[in-house]
Design a protein around this ligand. Structure first.
Ligand code: GLP
Length: 263
């Protein structure tokens, strides 16, 4: 697993956006480039930069198919906290050549969660899998909505959210954890690690404990993002603030081996 440490949030986003743009540009095959996408505050700076590059004609989304990681159960598209709304508001609506039919987001209003999740996995497989899955993590190390102790081989399915996650996400629901949906649909850890490449963004002091556990701890269901240690093309892009709990030698090690990658 690579760990690319940047000075701050902006530089981390710059690095990640350039990385994704380069992958899209390098994709010369007829089949689409399949991109997995997260919600949350972490990817916002990456989305803004990808939009800018798209508007400037540097990258095209004509041949890009996207799959989002997760969606709250029971929130309709028009709810401003649904991930459908978030993705359109912060990303898709601003791209000049994204085809709506190439956007895939789990339907949180389904009355058949199992069927919805099985169809999602089938659709991913029908494209030959995901080329690059971008993600963020929760303060407890959750990837998508795979809370601590979700199986590291899990597939897309229904998830119960922990009290911790509902408290953290209550900032978007008027501060009331009870207003945060108690369940969500989410790709599994196995769905993410099946991607050819995984790029996870980790930023800020509040993620420092998670970053240390994911990088320096063992592979463990407790920190589901630690499954990336078993992936042969996984990258964590992070900022200095989130490195506060790394041991000094780990921190120096990644600065040494990624020396050329510092912006
Ligand atoms: C939610 C999402 C995750 C996201 C996490 C962190 O729980 N389900 O996919 O990574 O929030 O969000 P943020 O980037 O705002 O810290």
């Amino acid at each position: 697993m690579r760990v690319v440490i940047q000075d701050d949030y902006d530089k981390m986003c710059e690095w990640a956006a350039n990385y994704i743009a380069d992958k899209i540009k390098a994709h010369k095959e007829d089949r689409p480039f399949v991109l997995g996408l997260p919600t949350g505050s972490s990817p916002l700076g990456v989305y803004a930069r990808l939009i800018k590059k798209n508007k400037a004609g540097e990258i095209s989304f004509k041949n890009v198919v996207t799959f989002n990681m997760d969606e709250y159960l029971g929130l309709p598209h028009e709810h401003d906290q649904s991930y459908w709304y978030f993705m359109h508001d912060n990303f898709f609506d601003h791209l000049v050549d994204m085809k709506p039919e190439n956007i895939n987001i789990l339907n949180g209003m389904t009355d058949d969660p199992e069927g919805e999740c099985a169809r999602y996995e089938e659709k991913i497989a029908s494209y030959g899998g995901i080329d690059l899955f971008m993600g963020g993590i929760g303060v407890d190390g959750h990837l998508a909505f795979n809370e601590p102790y979700t199986s590291l081989t899990s597939r897309t399915g229904l998830r119960n959210l922990t009290t911790d996650t509902r408290i953290v996400n209550s900032r978007f629901f008027g501060g009331d954890p009870e207003k945060v949906p108690a369940q969500a649909l989410s790709v599994g850890i196995g769905t993410v690690t099946d991607a050819k490449e995984v790029l996870v963004l980790i930023s800020g002091h509040n993620k420092a404990r998670a970053l240390a556990a994911v990088v320096e701890g063992g592979v463990s269901q407790k920190w589901t993002c630690s499954a990336l240690q078993m992936h042969n093309a996984a990258i964590i892009a992070c900022d200095e603030e989130s490195c506060g709990e790394l041991t000094v030698d780990t921190y120096k090690y990644f600065l040494d081996i990624e020396r050329g990658e510092r912006l």
